[in-house]
Design a protein around this ligand. Structure first.
Ligand SMILES: [Zn+2]
Ligand SMILES: [Zn+2]
Length: 145
């Protein structure tokens, strides 16, 4: 019977990065399906390679290749608490005026939230304009009939 290690190795293309050839989740994170249990493949490989990981610790992929499971390309961070000084767009998270606590308990960026709101409002306006344009054209066609 193949061991967990054999099964894992079959799903990894080893090179400069260790590309995961198995299942991925919606966010493209490698998933190791162990008899119905969907485990984070990066964690499984990490432990398989002799590293330890506490429950409250998560692995953060630092090489930028989402499907890479190479332990040397992962960074251990804490699951809870503030992990970064800035958000992914570089806004400060140390500025208490710019942060809010999301329902999931994480500290989030206010500026990004505002930008997202503006974007969705802009999209709605664009859609409305498009509909008005269509209706105007239809009206013109009716008039010219
Ligand atoms: Zn990598
Ligand atoms: Zn931000």
């Amino acid at each position: 019977m193949p061991t967990q290690k054999d099964v894992l190795n079959k799903k990894i293309e080893k090179g400069e990065h260790w590309f995961w050839k198995g299942e991925v989740d919606k966010r493209k994170n490698p998933i190791f399906n162990q008899m119905g249990d969907r485990l984070q493949a990066r964690r499984v490989v990490w432990v398989q390679q002799g590293n330890t990981l506490e429950h409250e610790e998560i692995l953060f992929n630092k090489c930028g290749e989402k499907s890479c499971v190479l332990p040397a390309h992962q960074k251990v961070t804490l699951r809870t608490g503030q992990r970064h000084d800035t958000c992914s767009k570089g806004h400060s998270l140390l500025d208490s005026g710019n942060v809010y606590v999301a329902p999931d308990g994480r500290v989030r960026c206010q500026k990004c939230k505002r930008e997202r709101t503006y974007e969705s409002q802009a999209r709605t306006i664009q859609q409305k304009n498009w509909i008005i344009k269509q209706l105007t054209e239809e009206l013109e066609q009716l008039k010219n009939r």
